[in-house]
Design a protein around this ligand. Structure first.
Ligand code: SF4
Ligand code: ZN
Length: 757
């Protein structure tokens, strides 16, 4: 154990804690002790402090006891050359540092204006530091850590020697699907600013997240990790052991300490405060890898392998990512796609502005569509990718041109029902290529290719090669052959589009006519049992999984692909109650899959034995007793609801795999279903929902085409075509009394309905 690190980390912790204390005293003087403090839209207070100690900080005065606790953790500053025999003191200093960081950062949110952009992606102009992620982002991104689409994150502290090196390191991390969290600076320059100066797009969408330029902003990375443990693993606030262990075992994260600080103590090379941050990361099992020759901490123990690694003289920049991955023990799987640009989910959120675009297809600028169809095995040739019409070199820069992406697949297990599922993947797969942008689907798609991608040698044929490689990689269980033809001549595109449209229409008719009664089998989804052990989603044709990501057809396809996986066929069996939606076969499955915790399940009731919720729901429906109806709140709505709780608070009590009568988590899609709480009277019970959710549904209803026909039909059946006008929202009602008033004004049908309970 290196004495330099131990003493520097402890010294650094003392400095930061003093800074926190001064900042708190000043804030109380300026704003008063009762001043409310909170990070934007979160149910986790100050997440590290809350997660580790259970302390709920609401006001400045609540920070006093936290500060006392923090000081209590501080070990005495060791004399310069005292041997520190064990890691304990350093770890305590690290925890004290984190609490102090969080105090400093929460106080920044009292400033006017707040020094952070409270948004998901960085504004294109001006200040771009993002500060704390809210719960919407945490959940949306955190699920990627749970399902493995992001193995973890790299917390970069400091700056690279130059901006080109910064871009190289960032790209390498992105290709490994890691998130990059950035804080602090070296000699006034930050890693994020280096990326920005090279025109790199920053924000959660590209996984390059600039938290803040101050060293204390490092706490946002660990606050994210702490909330993930609480939310996804059901760790109780205050159970610091489990929260830390979850991170050590599940989140592959590490710190990259870059750049030498000129003002550091002799032979320390880094500011004491940076050592203190390294010490806090070690608590989580996250090692630090440095590009300068700081002293190493090699014995293993808290981290999986080494704790601080610098190779004695610093790790070279072209080796540092590889080294970090090795030290953290991460196995990265990359299915190699044979294209000349980087490929991975980190590039999915990339936008391509008009000025950066080489050419575009569709998006109302030219005829375009994409289509997957199944063929007999003998009819197609696997791996054949053809471009019929001009290739990218023959296109003038800045042009819109027609394009058909015509994909033929064959396989013994392939079914026509899976075609739309495969087709939906085109969006994700195209977007994963750096310099390719994709939006929409079917004949309303829109593709852009950037100038940089073109310069790197990317062409239309590569679009087909992406599909070939990824379809095999992910759907190899159902298909054996993939052949892609890209048409870029107007007459071909327009002619083939007619054929595709016939099929789109046929599919919609089939989906639209599918009802719960028309099938004998539902599908289960137990994917979320990794963090809500008793939860089972029962997916029916008229009720998708509560996360909105799995329809009945998806469940069916997923079962074919992975017969022993989380999606199992559930034979309904004998009906027990047709109105509430209870069947013998389903009950038996749930009882077994919930380990006996849940014995009865009603598909169409929220009042009696409703479906459990894991935490991923897009919306919550909650009873509003006075109104004889329910309100719906969606995850994107951060404000207070008439139920007296925000979404985040409600989510805490509805989630976790419990049946909570009076509350259900569900998808947005379910709101438009004939089976939406049909046992209680269905849609007519809805008395309040946020305006943004209304607008989304209204857009669906008004779009008039395709799959939305079904929603229109449902409204007709209920005889409430203007139904959204009968529902109150935050512009006219924020408490239950006001909802009641509104209902009387519009003569809401729920007023006349049977009592809900
Ligand atoms: Fe599956 Fe339900 Fe979890 Fe979605 S919320 S992944 S459907 S268990
Ligand atoms: Zn879930």
């Amino acid at each position: 154990m290196s004495k330099i690190i131990a003493s520097a980390a402890i010294r650094g912790a003392h400095k930061i804690v003093t800074r926190a204390e001064n900042s708190l005293n000043d804030a109380i003087k300026q704003y008063g002790a009762d001043k409310v403090v909170d990070f934007p839209n979160t149910g986790y207070f100050l997440p590290v402090i809350y997660g580790m100690t259970g302390m709920e900080v609401r006001t400045l005065s609540d920070l006093r006891p936290v500060l006392e606790k923090t000081k209590g953790l501080l070990p005495p500053v060791p004399a310069e050359h005292v041997w520190a025999p064990y890691l304990g003191h350093t770890l305590d200093a690290g925890m004290a540092t984190l609490f102090a960081d969080e105090i400093i950062e929460i106080i920044k949110y009292l400033q006017d204006p707040v020094p952070y952009a409270v948004m998901e992606n960085c504004p294109e102009e001006g200040d771009f530091w993002l500060g704390a992620a809210d719960d919407v982002i945490m959940r949306k991104r955190g699920i990627e850590f749970v399902d493995g689409s992001a193995p973890g994150f790299a917390a970069i502290v400091g700056a690279a020697p130059d901006s080109k090196t910064a871009v190289k390191i960032a790209r390498e991390l992105q290709e490994k699907n890691l998130y990059v969290f950035m804080s602090s600076e070296t000699e006034g320059v930050s890693f994020a600013e280096q990326l920005r100066s090279e025109g790199v797009q920053l924000g959660w969408e590209t996984r390059l997240v600039p938290f803040g330029k101050d060293i204390s902003a490092t706490v946002f990375a660990l606050g994210f990790a702490t909330r993930a443990a609480l939310y996804f693993c059901g760790v109780q606030a205050g159970d610091f052991r489990r929260a830390l262990l979850y991170n050590k075992n599940r989140i592959f994260a590490f710190v990259l300490a870059l750049g030498e600080d000129k003002d550091a103590a002799p032979d320390a090379l880094l500011d004491d405060e940076k050592y203190a941050q390294a010490a806090c990361a070690i608590n989580f099992g996250f090692p630090t890898i440095a590009d300068i020759g700081i002293p190493e901490i090699l014995p293993t123990g808290v981290c999986t392998y080494e704790h601080v690694v610098s190779g004695g003289t610093g790790i070279a920049h072209d080796k540092i990512v590889g080294k970090a991955i090795e030290v953290r023990g991460l196995k990265v799987q990359i299915s190699k796609v044979p294209i000349p640009v980087s490929f991975g989910p980190a590039f999915e959120g990339e936008r391509i502005r008009k000025d950066d675009m080489y050419c575009e297809m569709g998006g109302n600028r030219s005829a375009a569509f994409e289509f997957v169809t199944s063929r007999e095995l003998a009819d197609i040739e696997d791996g054949k990718v053809e471009v019929i019409g001009p290739e990218i070199d023959e296109v003038t820069e800045g042009k819109a041109l027609p394009m058909a992406v015509w994909i033929e697949v064959a396989g013994r297990k392939m079914q026509a029902d899976f075609e739309p599922i495969l087709e939906r993947q085109i969006h994700r797969m195209f977007n994963a290529a750096q310099g390719v942008f994709h939006m929409g689907q079917r004949d309303i798609n829109w593709v852009r290719i950037s100038k940089d991608a073109k310069k790197a040698g990317f062409n239309f044929k590569h679009l087909g090669q992406i599909i070939h490689a990824k379809f095999h990689g992910e759907y190899g269980k159902i298909l054996d052959k993939v052949q892609v033809t890209i048409y870029t001549k107007k007459e071909d595109v327009e002619r083939l589009r007619e054929d595709a449209r016939k099929v789109y229409h046929f599919r919609d008719e089939r989906l639209g006519s599918m009802t719960d009664e028309s099938v004998e089998t539902f599908y289960s989804c137990t994917l979320c049992q990794s963090f809500a052990p008793n939860h089972v989603c029962v997916i029916t044709p008229e009720r998708s999984g509560l996360c909105g990501a799995y329809s009945w057809l998806d469940g069916k396809a997923a079962h074919q692909i992975e017969p022993t996986g989380p999606n199992q066929p559930l034979i309904k069996g004998e009906p027990i109650d047709a109105v509430k939606g209870q069947w013998k076969g389903i009950n038996e499955f749930i009882a077994q899959a919930s380990r006996g915790n849940i014995t009865a399940f009603n598909a169409y009731s929220m009042m009696e034995d409703p479906m459990t919720s894991c935490g991923c729901f897009e919306c919550i429906s909650a009873i509003l007793p006075m109104t004889n109806g329910v309100m719906i709140v969606n995850r994107e709505f951060p404000e207070m609801t008439p139920a007296g709780m925000k979404f985040s608070t409600m989510a805490g009590s509805v989630g976790g795999g419990l049946q909570t009568p009076g509350f259900i988590g569900h998808s947005k899609h379910y709101i438009g279903s004939r089976k939406y709480i049909s046992a209680e009277g269905g849609l007519l019970r809805i008395t309040w929902m946020p305006k943004i959710l209304k607008d989304e549904l209204r857009a669906l209803i008004e779009k008039l085409g395709q799959t939305d026909e079904k929603l229109k039909q449902v409204l007709k059946e209920y005889n409430v075509e203007n139904f959204l006008d009968l529902v109150a929202d935050e512009s006219n009602a924020t408490i239950e009394d006001e909802v009641m008033e509104f209902m009387q004004q519009v003569n809401h049908p729920a007023l006349e309905m049977e009592p809900m309970f």
